[in-house]
Design a protein around this ligand. Structure first.
Ligand SMILES: [Zn+2]
Length: 257
């Protein structure tokens, strides 16, 4: 029988035994509920890292913890902004507090290796802050601090793969919101959730390199997509996805070796 890799499906005895037996990396996807254009589901930033983490966890000594489903607020320059219905976000302090508590609790269970795999760009620095505060609290409680890896899954593509999929037209990861990469990966992994017929061609969003608060929703394309998603295919999605799984697996092995 295959080893159970999902923490939420295990009972506490098997979970504790697994920690004692294999000293697993606990993988925690950190996502968001955020609009992803007219064609992708609100949970895109949770679904993609969750799938990647599940596939990595099955190939190394790791367990998959429940996904952090909500994330920090959507920023116009990389997520389209908060004005879209459906985008449901946490204040930074709420996200930091939730992550800090989870790291402390896993440590209390005897976990020594934690990987926080981010699916939503706006979460990044709050994940860092949560690790810093958790380590401080864990030390003050007299517990042995775990080692924690943090990473945004989108970073794990080679330049070659980006060039193969985008040619000379790769915008950058901030403008890739609901674009070719996310749409292709969703077509590969969750095809039932993608509505390609809703896509209309659009030029890349012209968003300034600075932020203004309050922001003008008019700078964001009405579709919620920051660059075109036309050209997304399941084949590109498989190319991206397989590389994400392979390179994240390698990074985790390296980080915790
Ligand atoms: Zn996204």
């Amino acid at each position: 029988m295959n080893r159970e890799i999902e923490m939420s499906r295990m009972n506490w005895i098997d979970y504790a035994q697994s920690i004692a037996d294999i000293d697993p990396v606990i993988m925690v996807p950190v996502g968001a509920v955020e609009q992803h254009g007219p064609h992708l589901p609100l949970a895109t930033d949770s679904l993609i890292p969750e799938a990647i983490c599940r596939d990595v966890a099955g190939r190394i000594e790791a367990l998959l913890a429940p996904t952090i489903a909500y994330g920090y607020k959507s920023v116009p320059r990389c997520g389209g902004g908060q004005h879209f219905p459906g985008t449901t976000s946490l204040d930074a302090a709420t996200l930091i507090g939730q992550l800090k508590d989870i790291v402390r609790e896993l440590t209390r269970h005897g976990v020594r290796k934690i990987a926080l795999v981010v699916g939503h760009m706006e979460n990044q620095w709050f994940v860092t802050e949560a690790c810093d505060l958790a380590l401080r609290e864990i030390k003050s409680l007299g517990m042995t601090p775990p080692r924690i890896m943090t990473a945004g899954y989108w970073e794990f593509l080679s330049r070659d793969t980006i060039a193969r999929a985008f040619g000379d037209d790769f915008p950058d990861w901030t403008l890739e919101h609901a674009g070719i990469m996310e749409t292709s990966v969703m077509l590969h992994r969750y095809p039932d959730l993608v509505k390609m017929g809703r896509l209309r061609d659009q030029p890349p969003a012209k968003i300034p390199r600075y932020d203004m608060w309050p922001y003008d929703p008019g700078i964001v394309p009405a579709s919620g997509i920051l660059n075109t998603a036309i050209g997304a295919t399941a084949a590109k999605g498989k190319l991206f996805y397989d590389e994400y799984v392979e390179t994240l697996k390698g990074a985790i092995e390296e980080a915790f070796s």
